[in-house]
Design a protein around this ligand. Structure first.
Ligand code: ATP
Length: 252
Protein backbone atom coordinates (compact mmCIF):
# COMPACT_ATOMS: atom_id res chain seq x y z
CA UNK A 1 0.00 0.00 0.00
CA UNK A 2 1.30 3.47 -0.92
CA UNK A 3 1.86 5.93 1.96
CA UNK A 4 0.31 8.77 -0.04
CA UNK A 5 -2.37 8.06 -2.62
CA UNK A 6 -3.98 10.99 -4.42
CA UNK A 7 -6.78 10.41 -6.88
CA UNK A 8 -8.35 12.89 -9.28
CA UNK A 9 -7.51 15.97 -7.20
CA UNK A 10 -8.71 19.28 -8.62
CA UNK A 11 -9.25 22.92 -7.74
CA UNK A 12 -10.28 26.03 -9.64
CA UNK A 13 -9.72 29.67 -8.72
CA UNK A 14 -12.45 31.56 -10.52
CA UNK A 15 -12.03 30.53 -14.14
CA UNK A 16 -8.52 29.16 -13.63
CA UNK A 17 -8.17 25.40 -13.38
CA UNK A 18 -5.03 25.43 -11.21
CA UNK A 19 -4.92 21.66 -10.59
CA UNK A 20 -6.85 19.17 -12.69
CA UNK A 21 -7.26 15.38 -12.32
CA UNK A 22 -4.05 15.12 -10.32
CA UNK A 23 -2.94 11.62 -9.33
CA UNK A 24 0.13 10.54 -7.42
CA UNK A 25 1.15 7.43 -5.51
CA UNK A 26 4.16 7.55 -3.20
CA UNK A 27 5.62 4.52 -1.43
CA UNK A 28 6.94 4.67 2.12
CA UNK A 29 10.58 5.80 2.18
CA UNK A 30 10.52 7.19 -1.34
CA UNK A 31 12.23 10.42 -2.34
CA UNK A 32 9.81 11.84 -4.87
CA UNK A 33 9.99 15.05 -6.92
CA UNK A 34 7.16 17.25 -8.18
CA UNK A 35 8.45 19.46 -10.97
CA UNK A 36 7.09 21.68 -13.71
CA UNK A 37 7.33 25.19 -15.16
CA UNK A 38 6.40 28.32 -13.18
CA UNK A 39 2.69 28.51 -12.44
CA UNK A 40 2.11 24.82 -13.25
CA UNK A 41 0.27 24.22 -9.96
CA UNK A 42 2.95 22.60 -7.80
CA UNK A 43 2.52 24.75 -4.68
CA UNK A 44 -1.23 24.50 -5.10
CA UNK A 45 -0.88 20.71 -4.87
CA UNK A 46 1.03 21.16 -1.58
CA UNK A 47 -1.67 23.53 -0.35
CA UNK A 48 -4.30 20.93 -1.19
CA UNK A 49 -2.35 18.14 0.51
CA UNK A 50 -1.91 20.21 3.69
CA UNK A 51 -5.44 21.57 3.97
CA UNK A 52 -4.62 25.18 3.09
CA UNK A 53 -7.08 24.78 0.21
CA UNK A 54 -10.01 22.39 0.08
CA UNK A 55 -10.16 20.52 -3.21
CA UNK A 56 -13.19 20.84 -5.49
CA UNK A 57 -12.84 17.13 -6.14
CA UNK A 58 -10.56 14.19 -5.49
CA UNK A 59 -9.38 12.05 -2.61
CA UNK A 60 -6.17 12.22 -0.58
CA UNK A 61 -5.28 9.10 1.41
CA UNK A 62 -2.39 8.99 3.87
CA UNK A 63 -1.38 5.61 5.22
CA UNK A 64 -4.81 4.24 4.35
CA UNK A 65 -6.72 7.12 5.96
CA UNK A 66 -8.81 9.60 4.01
CA UNK A 67 -7.53 13.09 4.91
CA UNK A 68 -9.29 14.99 2.12
CA UNK A 69 -10.50 18.44 3.12
CA UNK A 70 -9.32 18.23 6.74
CA UNK A 71 -7.88 21.29 8.46
CA UNK A 72 -4.12 21.97 8.30
CA UNK A 73 -3.60 21.21 11.98
CA UNK A 74 -5.51 17.92 11.70
CA UNK A 75 -3.53 16.91 8.61
CA UNK A 76 -0.31 17.69 10.45
CA UNK A 77 -1.45 15.49 13.33
CA UNK A 78 -2.21 12.72 10.83
CA UNK A 79 1.41 12.94 9.72
CA UNK A 80 2.03 15.53 7.00
CA UNK A 81 4.58 18.30 7.63
CA UNK A 82 5.95 20.86 5.20
CA UNK A 83 8.45 23.61 4.60
CA UNK A 84 7.78 26.68 2.49
CA UNK A 85 9.17 28.29 -0.66
CA UNK A 86 10.01 31.40 1.39
CA UNK A 87 11.39 30.24 4.71
CA UNK A 88 8.79 30.70 7.43
CA UNK A 89 10.59 30.48 10.75
CA UNK A 90 9.64 32.35 13.90
CA UNK A 91 12.47 34.77 13.30
CA UNK A 92 12.38 36.49 16.68
CA UNK A 93 12.45 33.21 18.57
CA UNK A 94 15.52 31.15 19.38
CA UNK A 95 16.61 28.24 17.23
CA UNK A 96 15.67 25.89 20.10
CA UNK A 97 12.21 27.40 20.54
CA UNK A 98 11.48 27.05 16.82
CA UNK A 99 11.93 23.30 17.13
CA UNK A 100 9.93 23.20 20.37
CA UNK A 101 6.98 24.76 18.55
CA UNK A 102 6.98 21.66 16.34
CA UNK A 103 7.13 19.39 19.38
CA UNK A 104 4.03 20.95 20.97
CA UNK A 105 1.85 18.69 18.82
CA UNK A 106 2.92 15.69 20.86
CA UNK A 107 3.44 17.19 24.33
CA UNK A 108 0.70 18.62 26.47
CA UNK A 109 0.26 20.54 29.65
CA UNK A 110 -2.66 22.75 30.58
CA UNK A 111 -2.44 26.54 30.67
CA UNK A 112 -2.82 26.44 34.44
CA UNK A 113 -0.01 23.90 34.79
CA UNK A 114 2.11 26.24 32.67
CA UNK A 115 1.29 29.42 34.58
CA UNK A 116 1.86 27.79 37.97
CA UNK A 117 4.95 25.96 36.74
CA UNK A 118 3.48 22.73 38.14
CA UNK A 119 5.59 19.53 38.10
CA UNK A 120 3.91 18.26 34.95
CA UNK A 121 4.83 21.48 33.13
CA UNK A 122 8.47 21.16 34.25
CA UNK A 123 8.62 17.51 33.21
CA UNK A 124 7.16 18.18 29.75
CA UNK A 125 9.43 21.21 29.23
CA UNK A 126 12.49 19.15 30.18
CA UNK A 127 11.51 16.38 27.73
CA UNK A 128 10.88 18.92 24.97
CA UNK A 129 14.23 20.62 25.56
CA UNK A 130 16.02 17.28 25.36
CA UNK A 131 14.22 16.18 22.20
CA UNK A 132 14.70 19.57 20.53
CA UNK A 133 18.42 19.50 21.32
CA UNK A 134 18.69 15.96 19.90
CA UNK A 135 17.09 17.12 16.67
CA UNK A 136 19.30 20.20 16.50
CA UNK A 137 22.30 17.98 17.03
CA UNK A 138 21.28 15.84 14.05
CA UNK A 139 21.28 18.98 11.92
CA UNK A 140 24.51 20.30 13.36
CA UNK A 141 22.65 23.23 14.90
CA UNK A 142 22.99 22.40 18.60
CA UNK A 143 25.80 24.95 19.00
CA UNK A 144 23.44 27.69 17.82
CA UNK A 145 20.41 26.66 19.92
CA UNK A 146 20.29 30.04 21.68
CA UNK A 147 20.72 32.15 18.52
CA UNK A 148 17.78 34.04 17.14
CA UNK A 149 16.54 32.09 14.10
CA UNK A 150 16.96 35.22 11.96
CA UNK A 151 20.68 35.33 12.80
CA UNK A 152 21.40 31.94 11.21
CA UNK A 153 22.89 31.90 7.72
CA UNK A 154 20.42 31.05 4.97
CA UNK A 155 21.41 27.40 4.51
CA UNK A 156 21.06 26.77 8.24
CA UNK A 157 17.64 28.44 8.34
CA UNK A 158 16.53 25.89 5.73
CA UNK A 159 17.88 23.09 7.90
CA UNK A 160 16.09 24.51 10.95
CA UNK A 161 12.83 24.64 9.03
CA UNK A 162 13.25 20.97 8.16
CA UNK A 163 14.12 20.17 11.80
CA UNK A 164 10.98 21.97 12.99
CA UNK A 165 8.84 20.04 10.49
CA UNK A 166 10.40 16.75 11.66
CA UNK A 167 9.66 17.67 15.28
CA UNK A 168 5.98 17.04 14.54
CA UNK A 169 6.97 13.41 13.77
CA UNK A 170 5.47 13.28 10.29
CA UNK A 171 5.04 10.26 8.06
CA UNK A 172 5.35 12.45 4.98
CA UNK A 173 7.58 15.51 4.61
CA UNK A 174 6.79 18.06 1.91
CA UNK A 175 9.62 20.40 0.89
CA UNK A 176 8.68 23.37 -1.31
CA UNK A 177 11.74 24.48 -3.30
CA UNK A 178 14.25 23.72 -0.56
CA UNK A 179 17.20 24.85 -2.71
CA UNK A 180 15.68 28.24 -3.65
CA UNK A 181 18.20 31.01 -3.10
CA UNK A 182 21.05 28.64 -2.27
CA UNK A 183 24.54 28.71 -3.74
CA UNK A 184 25.97 25.47 -5.23
CA UNK A 185 27.78 24.55 -2.00
CA UNK A 186 24.65 25.05 0.09
CA UNK A 187 22.63 23.05 -2.45
CA UNK A 188 25.10 20.17 -2.26
CA UNK A 189 24.91 20.22 1.53
CA UNK A 190 21.11 20.31 1.34
CA UNK A 191 21.09 17.25 -0.92
CA UNK A 192 23.17 15.40 1.67
CA UNK A 193 20.78 16.59 4.41
CA UNK A 194 17.68 15.37 2.54
CA UNK A 195 19.27 11.97 1.90
CA UNK A 196 20.30 11.80 5.53
CA UNK A 197 16.78 12.67 6.74
CA UNK A 198 15.26 9.98 4.56
CA UNK A 199 17.70 7.35 5.83
CA UNK A 200 17.87 8.37 9.51
CA UNK A 201 14.13 8.91 9.99
CA UNK A 202 12.97 6.40 7.37
CA UNK A 203 11.08 9.39 5.98
CA UNK A 204 8.95 9.66 2.88
CA UNK A 205 9.71 12.94 1.10
CA UNK A 206 7.91 14.79 -1.68
CA UNK A 207 9.73 17.87 -2.89
CA UNK A 208 9.08 20.66 -5.35
CA UNK A 209 12.24 21.88 -7.01
CA UNK A 210 13.47 23.81 -10.03
CA UNK A 211 17.13 22.96 -9.49
CA UNK A 212 17.60 20.04 -11.89
CA UNK A 213 20.92 19.07 -10.33
CA UNK A 214 19.13 18.48 -7.04
CA UNK A 215 16.17 16.76 -8.71
CA UNK A 216 18.28 14.36 -10.76
CA UNK A 217 20.71 13.90 -7.85
CA UNK A 218 18.24 12.74 -5.20
CA UNK A 219 14.74 12.04 -6.55
CA UNK A 220 13.91 8.43 -7.37
CA UNK A 221 10.64 9.23 -9.09
CA UNK A 222 9.12 12.35 -10.60
CA UNK A 223 5.75 13.73 -11.51
CA UNK A 224 5.74 16.63 -13.96
CA UNK A 225 2.93 19.16 -13.83
CA UNK A 226 2.11 21.47 -16.71
CA UNK A 227 -0.88 23.82 -16.72
CA UNK A 228 -2.30 22.00 -13.68
CA UNK A 229 -2.19 18.56 -15.28
CA UNK A 230 0.20 15.64 -15.00
CA UNK A 231 2.38 15.68 -18.10
CA UNK A 232 4.59 12.73 -17.17
CA UNK A 233 5.52 10.50 -14.25
CA UNK A 234 7.97 7.70 -13.58
CA UNK A 235 11.63 7.05 -12.88
CA UNK A 236 13.64 10.27 -12.75
CA UNK A 237 16.00 9.50 -15.66
CA UNK A 238 13.16 8.43 -17.93
CA UNK A 239 11.02 11.47 -17.14
CA UNK A 240 13.82 13.96 -17.66
CA UNK A 241 14.50 12.47 -21.11
CA UNK A 242 10.84 12.56 -22.10
CA UNK A 243 10.57 14.87 -25.17
CA UNK A 244 7.25 16.33 -23.92
CA UNK A 245 8.89 17.26 -20.63
CA UNK A 246 11.85 18.85 -22.38
CA UNK A 247 9.47 20.85 -24.59
CA UNK A 248 7.43 22.03 -21.59
CA UNK A 249 10.58 23.27 -19.88
CA UNK A 250 12.00 24.95 -22.94
CA UNK A 251 8.58 26.43 -23.66
CA UNK A 252 8.65 25.49 -27.31
N1 ATP B 1 -5.23 31.48 -4.01
C1 ATP B 1 -5.17 31.61 -5.34
N2 ATP B 1 -6.06 32.39 -6.00
C2 ATP B 1 -6.00 32.52 -7.34
N3 ATP B 1 -5.09 31.92 -8.12
C3 ATP B 1 -4.18 31.13 -7.52
C4 ATP B 1 -4.16 30.94 -6.10
N4 ATP B 1 -3.13 30.10 -5.79
C5 ATP B 1 -2.53 29.80 -6.95
N5 ATP B 1 -3.16 30.41 -7.98
C6 ATP B 1 -2.83 30.29 -9.40
O1 ATP B 1 -2.72 28.90 -9.69
C7 ATP B 1 -1.66 28.70 -10.64
C8 ATP B 1 -0.69 27.71 -10.09
O2 ATP B 1 0.08 28.38 -9.08
P1 ATP B 1 1.17 27.63 -8.20
O3 ATP B 1 1.74 28.62 -7.25
O4 ATP B 1 0.60 26.40 -7.65
O5 ATP B 1 2.27 27.25 -9.30
P2 ATP B 1 3.72 26.64 -9.10
O6 ATP B 1 3.84 25.50 -10.05
O7 ATP B 1 3.96 26.35 -7.67
O8 ATP B 1 4.63 27.84 -9.59
P3 ATP B 1 6.12 28.30 -9.16
O9 ATP B 1 7.05 27.25 -9.67
O10 ATP B 1 6.29 29.59 -9.88
O11 ATP B 1 6.13 28.44 -7.67
C9 ATP B 1 -1.08 30.04 -10.96
O12 ATP B 1 -1.67 30.54 -12.13
C10 ATP B 1 -1.46 30.87 -9.75
O13 ATP B 1 -1.56 32.24 -10.08
Amino acid sequence: MALLEVKNLGISFGGLRAVDSFNISIEKGQLYGLIGPNGAGKTTVFNLLTGVYKPNEGIVTLDGKNITGKKTIEINKEGVARTFQNIRLFKDMSVLDNVKVGLHNKHHYSTLEGILRLPRYRKVEKEMNEQAMELLDVFDLAGQADYLASNLPYGKQRKLEIARALATEPKLLLLDEPAAGMNPNETQELMDTIHFVRDKFDMTILLIEHDMKLVSGICEKLTVLNFGQVLAEGETGEVLNNPQVITAYLGE
